[in-house]
Design a binder for this molecule. Structure first.
Ligand code: CU
Length: 372
């Protein structure tokens, strides 16, 4: 019971003493003159609270960013919505609030709702002082049982995507918004060097060539390790090579900045200035994004069984006509651009294509969410 107020603070010593002396019946009541403390840990991509519930009154949140990109901490519910400033990796902040009974949504507000969508969200239950005397541990147990249940039975969603409209191949070339990307790139730590070379030679350039091809797939979001994908892309690149990609399975390994953990992610706002994934794509909304492993054939010869594939159906980033990247924040544009990026598997030789990669867009694509 003492561990419910695990954070050391002025009030807690006295409270712990009261618990030991008086037993559970009157424990854990606090008033605004006896503030409670909750510690919160932020990381990619979760928010962890020292406790799932607390009694009403003044609560001081001590928030630590244990992750590797900037985060923040917001408490919303019962008519309040309060947040810390952005907290840099390794830094801490405090937030002091007066909370009345009810359930509060606790999340990271960075990047629109992108960090929240990736899992940086939890709940805090605030119980009235009288409720607390009844059985605070039962409340805590119920709350954690609820959280456990939501993890154990994820919703299954499916999306069917059809590539259509003009098909363009994006060739190596400089990224057209280096000044906008620079401040965000700086925060990418070890990955920065690789990304900076992409500023100079793509694959996110304005160097595009109209080509022809088809791409259709279905993806299922079934929870962290069971996501799946089924689809085929066929296209002829500018050099005349005929490529065929058969999607095999979703890549589910999590990499910092590259939220692959869920495999298939629907409805994410990211890239650009959101600090999720590379800033070398403008800020976008996506209907679906996934990372997959596929079988790749060039002129009917197997090139690799381990092609690394990134697929997104996203808000339009390229303008009609010349298909140059036209916006740094494209998140309000219509979701109709289907991007397919293919790289060789880990340790494999570069693909036999300009720059060693394939990057193809279907510019007027669409999706339906079939019932599963
Ligand atoms: Cu965050």
């Amino acid at each position: 019971m003492i561990s419910i107020h695990a954070m050391p603070s002025q009030g807690v010593g006295a409270l712990a003493f009261a618990v030991l002396t008086l037993g559970g019946a009157t424990a854990l009541r606090h008033t605004s003159s006896d503030p409670a403390a909750v510690s919160a840990k932020l990381s990619e991509w979760k928010v962890e609270l020292s406790q799932p519930s607390i009694t009403a009154g003044v609560v001081t949140f001590t928030v630590t960013n244990a992750g590797s990109v900037p985060h923040a901490f917001e408490v919303e519910g019962q008519g309040i919505e309060k947040e810390t400033e952005v907290i840099q990796p390794g830094a801490s902040a405090t937030l002091k609030l007066t909370l009345k009974a009810g359930t509060y949504d606790v999340y990271c507000p960075v990047g629109g709702d992108s960090h929240k969508h990736l899992g940086m969200e939890t709940h805090l239950r605030v119980v009235g002082a009288k409720g607390a005397t009844a059985a605070p541990n039962a409340e805590a147990a119920k709350a954690s049982a609820r959280d456990g249940a939501s993890e154990a039975s994820p919703r299954i969603q499916a999306i069917r995507v059809r590539g259509a409209g003009p098909v363009v191949q994006i060739l190596p070339g400089p990224f057209p918004f280096p000044d906008s990307a620079a401040p965000i790139l700086r925060r990418f730590g070890d990955e920065r060097e690789g990304l900076e070379s992409q500023v100079k030679d793509g694959p996110y350039s304005n160097n595009v060539s109209p080509i022809g091809g088809t791409f259709n797939f279905t993806a299922w979001d079934k929870g962290a390790i069971r996501d799946s994908v089924d689809g085929v892309a066929e296209f002829t690149t500018r050099d005349g090579a005929k490529w065929k990609l058969v999607l095999d399975r979703v890549q589910t390994k999590d990499v910092v900045h590259h939220p692959r953990f869920g495999g298939v992610i629907m409805g994410l706002y990211y890239h650009g200035n959101t600090e999720v994934h590379t800033p070398l794509v403008p800020t976008i909304n996506s209907a679906v994004a996934l990372w997959a492993v596929g079988h790749l054939y060039r002129n009917e010869t197997l090139a690799t069984d381990n092609a690394m594939v990134h697929v997104m159906l996203l808000s339009r980033t390229r303008r009609d006509g010349d298909f140059a990247l036209e916006c740094w924040d494209c998140s309000r544009n219509k979701i109709e651009e289907l991007q397919l990026q293919i790289l060789p598997g880990p340790g494999e030789a570069k693909l036999d294509a300009p720059g060693g990669f394939l990057f193809v867009n279907w510019e007027k694509s669409s999706s339906v969410k079939p019932v599963t």
